[in-house]
Design a protein around this ligand. Structure first.
Ligand SMILES: [Zn+2]
Length: 120
């Protein structure tokens, strides 16, 4: 069964340098050794919020903009769903939508209860 137009699975792809194994997101050249010999891998989809801000400009409602360090070691800019006050550096998040339909960025959700599961 195939459903035209429906994504098979939400997944995030990244690049890994064949020479030094550095991981990166949407890069053409390795930031560590400048090699262009990269291979694409699929992320497990979990990460930790490293930086989080609230964007108020150009949007009807405050929205979260976060830098998420993924389990593989690369960092992605995206949005984290949930109460703004509970999204802080150290929160464990999981990919829920590959691309924000508005901004074209990955969207994450908090893995744990906003008040319980802090991850360090
Ligand atoms: Zn490299």
């Amino acid at each position: 069964m195939t459903r035209a137009g429906a994504p098979a699975e939400e997944s995030l792809f990244f690049q890994r340098c064949r020479w030094c194994s550095t991981t990166m997101y949407h890069r053409l050249i390795c930031p560590a050794c400048a090699s262009s010999d990269l291979r694409t891998e699929r992320s497990v989809g979990t990460g930790v919020v490293r930086h989080s801000t609230v964007a108020l400009r150009g949007t009807p409602a405050a929205r979260n903009v976060s830098l998420v360090e993924m389990a593989e070691g690369f960092t992605v800019r995206g949005r984290v769903k949930g109460p703004l006050a509970s999204i802080r550096p150290g929160c464990l998040v999981r990919l829920c939508v590959i691309e924000d339909p508005v901004r074209g960025e990955p969207v994450f959700e908090l893995c744990d209860s906003p008040y319980g599961g802090r991850y360090r």
